[in-house]
Write a new protein. Structure first.
Length: 462
């Protein structure tokens, strides 16, 4: 039997390092050694001598190395409906845009996913997720198009296969032609899991079960969705407690608040994460902490839709897993997760805890290890530790935007969005000098503009 080949090694040296490990270990000047798709070593000073099969050495002077950013909530299709309904709250915004979203097709979904992924990837995201829940009849293979776009760009990816079965005729918000049947949604979700979910340690694609939100899904879809996810061994995702209107709606329809309603339908647990969770009382936070239910915090979107300020400091103190989310780019037009590090810190300081709400390192942890926890992948990504997957970013901090900030972590959180000199996913570089290596950014921009105009024409024709 032939001896196994020696791993191909990449050596990165002379950079500041924020590992975001359990001890928040940092090095003012250190090294990383990547062996194939794993982190082999990380530490102070130069890399060990005598390493075999070193295929590349990177002098990262003037950079900060961090784990790759992990996005925990998004709606990729919204890339081609940005800049609309800019002065609306959530319910009015949804009513205004559902008729447009309900006319998307496979080509639109693919191009919108490419735009959303490109914006995140070149800004340091190495693990992305998409909560896609609009599946018009005859639209084509939307899930396959989205997954294919992530695969082509080289980003680690979770598709939260969403669904809606409560339309206007049933008291919901989506148009009648925009929803699936309960049985159809469950069957399509199960098929998506069977086709695309990879449960392995170094999986590049995973699938979650993700009915959309209380005001667009039936109680039956929630309950059956939870049973399906647990039978298949995959995670569960939905929107929760986003606005005061949602709180009022749940009380009127179900006689209880969103958290109690979710618990009654099997939707609290360590295999669940929810987007937003803005309007949470002490009892709600305690329930999330008790069950280890995760939260995707989306500060920019929450502000854009005037939803409010989520109680992130209280959640963290209680032990709730919290990550960061871009949310759809119809409610966060920038589409970048690295700006959410800064916005999470600043917006939470407007809340009750003021300057003690979050600090720079807590913000970085939300965007890395916190996101990995929420997606159920903290054993493999989210920190720079030997044995973990080689998902990492080199941020340039010696340029005009950051050179006068002495602390590297403060520089990338409080400062302007730092340039990404290199981003690696699974040991493979996907970004170099703020440019994608496996996608044509100009072509994506042209295609997105064309598909946005086509969707607008189709919508106008009714």
């Amino acid at each position: 039997m032939a001896a196994p080949s020696a791993p191909r090694r990449i050596v990165i040296e002379n950079c500041a390092i924020a590992t975001v490990d359990p001890h928040d270990t940092e090095y003012a000047s250190g090294h990383l050694v990547v062996a194939d798709n794993r982190i082999e070593s990380v530490g102070a000073g130069k890399a060990p001598e005598g390493l075999e099969n070193v295929v590349r050495r990177i002098d990262a002077t003037g950079h900060l190395a961090t784990p790759g950013l992990v996005n925990t909530h998004h709606h990729f299709y919204q890339w081609i409906t940005r800049g609309l309904a800019t002065d609306h709250n959530l319910f009015d915004w949804l009513v205004a845009l559902y008729p447009t979203w309900s006319r998307i097709d496979e080509s639109m979904a693919r191009v919108a996913a490419q735009g959303s992924l490109a914006m995140m990837a070149r800004g340091g995201v190495t693990t992305a997720m998409d909560h896609h829940y609009v599946y018009p009849q005859g639209a084509g293979d939307l899930s396959g198009a989205i997954i294919g776009a992530a695969r082509d760009m080289g980003v680690r990816f979770t598709l939260a296969r969403g669904s809606m079965d409560r339309s206007e005729k049933d008291g919901g918000l989506p148009p009648d032609f925009a929803v699936e049947t309960t049985e159809g949604a469950l069957a399509a979700t199960e098929e998506t899991v069977h086709q695309h979910h990879d449960a392995s340690f170094d999986a590049m694609t995973q699938v979650a079960v993700a009915p959309c939100s209380p005001f667009s899904i039936s109680t039956e879809l929630l309950k059956e969705g939870a049973a399906l996810a647990r039978r298949l061994g995959v995670r569960m995702h939905t929107h929760g407690s986003e606005t005061v209107e949602e709180e009022k709606w749940c009380h009127e329809l179900f006689g209880m608040g969103p958290t109690d309603y979710f618990e009654s339908t099997g939707w609290l647990g360590e295999d669940v994460w929810m987007a937003h969770c803005v309007h949470m009382n002490d009892s709600d936070i305690a329930a999330f902490a008790r069950t280890r239910t995760g939260v995707a915090h989306c500060p920019s979107s929450n502000a854009r839709l005037a939803a409010g300020i989520a109680r992130v400091p209280d959640m963290l103190k209680a032990g709730v897993p919290v990550g960061l989310g871009v949310d759809g780019t119809a409610s966060n037009e920038s589409g970048e997760l690295h700006t959410e590090l800064r916005n999470a810190l600043l917006i939470n300081r407007l809340g009750a805890h003021r300057e003690a709400a979050l600090n720079a390192r807590q913000a970085l942890r939300l965007g890395t290890h916190g996101g990995a926890q929420v997606l159920g992948r903290a054993d493999s990504i989210g920190s720079l530790e030997p044995g973990k997957l080689a998902d990492l970013v080199l941020w340039k901090i010696d340029g005009i935007g950051h050179s006068s900030i002495a602390d590297p972590v403060t520089a990338i959180v409080f400062g302007a969005a730092a340039p990404v000199t290199a981003s690696f996913v699974n040991g493979r570089q996907i970004v170099e000098n703020n440019r994608l290596l496996f996608a044509d950014e100009e072509a994506i921009a042209r295609d997105a503009r064309a598909e946005a105009r086509r969707l607008a024409r189709i919508t106008a024709q009714g």
